[in-house]
Structure formats: structure tokens, C-alpha cells
Ligand binder design. Structure first.
Ligand code: HEM
Ligand SMILES: *[C@@H]1O[C@H](CO)[C@@H](O)[C@H](O)[C@H]1NC(C)=O
Ligand SMILES: *[C@@H]1O[C@H](CO)[C@@H](O)[C@H](O)[C@H]1NC(C)=O
Length: 330
């Protein structure tokens, strides 16, 4: 019988349970990020990151948005390992900065380098560039008026980067809903996570070349909005390719839920964004977030923490780079 109380069974059971618990707890510790990782090794870390991000945003109001995106583009390629920060070395190393989704688009590298310099002055050789990127994304969100959360830390930095994975795994603005769901699914993120994370498009800007097809060729767009956007982004590729427009025209510098109202009104720039509200599986969630900023904020935070846990290097894997743009020399 299952509820046998014979002493030999019991003894056996408790040994099994003890070893199971031991295995479980060592698994939880190994490979897991914690919010207190630098509590004793670098107590000033969070205040140094926050003040440097605040300074950068005071100089450049777009920077908070750029730092949020930098974290996404790091985590989706080889995991959150700062691989995106490695500089190309002509003739010997091709990294992710020059991949199609990043080139002339991703920003914030100088800010991460400034934070790293300030952090190294306080606690040399201790804090990874990957963790700095995660903290800067949280701080950008908070300083733009969005939610806050305790950032899980303990990532280490890669010694490699992958231009080909950056090209294949970062979703294109031409993607349809199924492609977006698959791209996030490949990283262990759900469709709900994808829809909540896309709410980051409540801040920041896109280039004409990213939204030209949507404003000229798509029909799932408010005609007045399309016409107005066409004024700054001409149909013919060329001079206006780099012209910027805010991803959220209502409140482009505030981290709020207005992006979802834009989706409902069909007044967004990216084809991929409108796919979240175009008769498919995410319509109900978009509509909920558009009227309930608390539920957007809490799902966004949960999804940012989940995204931050994509394949981190931990323990003795990887390294703590001395300078975020280059692998340590020995
Ligand atoms: C769902 C798939 C996504 C696609 C297809 C996508 C695509 C894009 C594109 C095309 C741009 C404009 C880039 C340019 O023209 O230079 C952009 C900007 C941006 N994206 Fe996404 N994105 C996605 C998800 C995300 C996620 C998950 C986040 C963060 C959690 C994010 C944060 C941002 C931010 C903040 C900007 C503005 C950056 C700035 O102004 O510097 N995006 N995205
Ligand atoms: C201020 O922002 C501009 C871009 O808008 C950048 O070129 C410059 O390096 C920044 N300066 C500082 C001190 O951060
Ligand atoms: C719009 O669609 C036409 C016909 O498919 C295509 O030739 C053109 O390049 C597209 N334009 C943009 C801006 O995507």
C-alpha cells in the first residue's frame, strides 16, 4: 500500500527526500540570478547606475527608451550576456552592433561605458556589463514614469558575439503575429509576455525605413495618421530613411499605457505593432492594457524579469569584462 509505515520504507523515503531537497536547493542556487548579488561586493552599484542614467537622460531625452531596447537586443541574442556591446574589430571580429536590426539604430553604448567606468571606480572587476545593461533598462523605465522592480543580478559577460543570431533572432518590423509569437516562444516567452513587452514602444522613436511599408502599403492603419506620417517619410527610399517619428504619438516621452490605445485606434508606426491588434489572439489583452495601466505595468515587470533570465552566463562561465566593448585580453 502507498501509505506503508514500515520502518525500512520510511528510512528509505527520508533519505530520498533529503537527497532530493539537496539537489533541488543546489539547482536553485546554481545558475540562478539574485537581487542581492552585489549587496556586499558593490553596495554603491544601484545608485551609481541610477545617477548616470539620469544624467544621460537629462542630456538626451531619448536615452531612457534606447536603454530599454538595448536590454531586449542583448537578451535575444545568446542570452543576456552583453554580447551586443562587443565592438567590431576590422579584419578580425564581426559582432552584433553591425547586424541589420542594430546598425544605425541601437543606441546607448556610450552610456553603458560611462556607467561601467563609474562602477569600476567603486568596485573594480566585480560587476558585469550584462548586469549594468539590465539595471540601466530598469532605471530608464522608472525615470520615464514607468514601474519599478528589483533587478535580478549575477550575469557574466560573454567572450563571443553572433552577428548571424542577431540577424535571425531579433524580430523584424515586417513580422506578422505568428512570427512574433514564434520569435518570443523560441526564447521561452509567451504571447502574453510579447504583448506586454511590446508596451515598451510607448517610448522612443523609429526611423522612416522601419515604418515606410506600414504607412504607405497597409490598410490596417488610420488614414489620417498614415497621411500625417507620410509628410516626414517619403515613399521613395533615400533622403528620409533616417527621419524619426515617435512610436507613441500621444505621450512619446512617458512610460504609460498609451501605446495600447494607439493600437486600438490603429495609429502606430510599425506593421509588427499593429499585428497585436488586428483581429488575432492578442486583441483582448491589448484592449485590457489600453484601459488598465496597472495590469500592463505588472505584466511588463514580470516579462522584463523573465526576459532578463534568458540564458545568463553564471558561476565561472564567461568573464567580468574590464571594458564593455572588448573581451579581456587574458
Ligand atoms: C515584438 C517585436 C519587436 C519588434 C518587431 C520591434 C521593432 C522595433 C523597431 C523597428 C524599432 C525602431 C528602430 C529604428 O527604426 O531605428 C524599435 C524601437 C524600440 N523598441 Fe522595439 N521591437 C520589438 C519589441 C521590443 C521589446 C520587447 C522592447 C523592450 C522591452 C522594445 C523596445 C523598443 C524601444 C524602447 C524602442 C525605441 C528606441 C529608441 O528610441 O532608441 N521593442 N523596435
Ligand atoms: C549628449 O547627447 C548627445 C546626443 O544627443 C551625445 O552626442 C553626447 O555625447 C551626449 N553628451 C554627454 C555628456 O552625455
Ligand atoms: C508597397 O507595395 C508595392 C507592391 O507590392 C511594392 O512594390 C513597394 O515596394 C511597397 N512599398 C513599401 C514602402 O513597402
Amino acid at each position: 500500500m502507498a501509505s506503508s509505515t514500515s520502518s525500512s520504507t520510511c528510512h528509505c523515503c527520508s533519505l530520498l527526500i533529503a537527497s532530493c531537497l539537496f539537489l533541488l536547493s543546489s539547482t536553485l542556487v546554481y545558475g540562478q540570478l539574485t537581487t542581492s548579488f552585489y549587496a556586499s561586493s558593490c553596495p554603491a552599484l544601484e545608485s551609481v547606475v541610477r545617477s548616470t542614467v539620469a544624467q544621460a537622460m537629462a542630456n538626451d531625452t531619448r536615452m531612457g527608451a534606447s536603454l530599454i531596447r538595448l536590454f531586449f537586443h542583448d537578451c535575444f541574442v545568446q542570452g543576456c550576456d552583453a554580447s551586443i556591446l562587443l565592438d567590431d574589430v576590422p579584419g578580425s571580429f564581426v559582432g552584433e552592433k553591425t547586424a541589420f536590426p542594430n546598425a544605425n539604430s541601437v543606441r546607448g553604448y556610450d552610456v553603458i561605458n560611462s556607467i561601467k567606468t563609474a562602477v569600476e571606480a567603486n568596485c573594480p572587476g566585480v560587476v558585469s556589463c550584462a548586469d549594468i545593461v539590465a539595471l540601466a533598462a530598469r532605471d530608464g523605465t522608472v525615470l520615464l514614469g514607468g514601474p519599478s522592480w528589483a533587478v535580478q543580478l549575477g550575469r557574466r559577460d560573454s567572450t563571443t558575439a553572433s552577428q548571424s543570431l542577431a540577424n535571425s533572432d531579433l524580430p523584424s518590423p515586417a513580422s506578422d503575429l505568428k512570427t512574433l509569437i514564434n520569435a518570443f516562444g523560441k526564447k521561452g516567452l509567451s504571447a502574453r509576455d510579447m504583448t506586454a513587452l511590446s508596451g515598451a514602444h510607448t517610448v522612443g522613436f523609429a526611423r522612416c525605413q522601419s515604418f515606410r511599408a506600414h504607412i504607405y502599403n497597409d490598410t490596417d492603419i488610420d488614414p489620417a495618421f498614415a497621411a500625417a506620417q507620410q509628410g516626414g517619410c517619403s515613399f521613395t527610399p533615400g533622403a528620409t530613411d533616417g527621419s524619426l517619428a515617435p512610436l507613441d504619438e500621444r505621450s512619446g516621452l512617458a512610460f504609460d499605457n498609451a501605446y495600447y490605445a494607439d493600437l486600438v485606434a490603429r495609429r502606430v508606426l510599425l506593421h509588427s505593432d499593429q499585428e497585436l491588434y488586428n483581429g488575432g489572439s492578442q486583441d483582448a489583452l491589448v484592449s485590457k492594457y489600453s484601459s488598465n495601466s496597472a495590469s500592463f505595468f505588472s505584466d511588463f515587470v514580470a516579462a522584463m524579469i523573465k526576459m532578463g533570465n534568458i540564458s545568463p552566463l553564471t558561476g565561472t562561465a564567461g568573464q567580468i569584462r574590464a571594458s564593455c566593448g572588448v573581451v579581456n585580453s587574458s
